[in-house]
Design a protein around this ligand. Sequence first.
Ligand code: AMP
Ligand code: ZN
Length: 136
Amino acid sequence: MKNDNCIFCKIANGEIPSRTVYEDDSFRVILDNGPATKGHALVLPKDHYADLFEIPEDVAAAAIVTAKKAAALLKEKLHADGLNIVQNNGEAAGQTVPHFHIHIIPRYVDDGQLIGWKPGSPSAEELDGVLDEIRG
Ligand code: AMP
Ligand code: ZN
């Protein structure tokens, strides 16, 4: 199912041109137009799901397999030294386009990019409290 107001639906289904590095019946993988590094690509399902919480399990499984294929292609062709997979859900997590997508970010020694987080330093009790909250 497509969403008429969604730019990634239009790109994934070829209504808006994109720099496509891979395509099959269910997915299009495009170059990000604001890349973190050379070859930064996005895996877009052709059907519309806002995020990880909406996407069905079988489509999510196929999406990560597609990401793996595209990652191998990018790593080989662009001689990347490493690679990050990033997948944002919700504005609080940095999602700016509400159509599920997986970022594939090739990494190069000394590429100067910052993709990560500031590590916390909780006490053992705090971690146990979180575990209790999650496990009930
Ligand atoms: P996110 O912040 O996880 O929602 O990622 C959205 C990504 O889509 C960003 O990295 C943007 O640079 C990228 N983006 C937005 N519009 C386009 C577009 N028309 N073509 C290619 N990439 C896009
Ligand atoms: Zn969409």
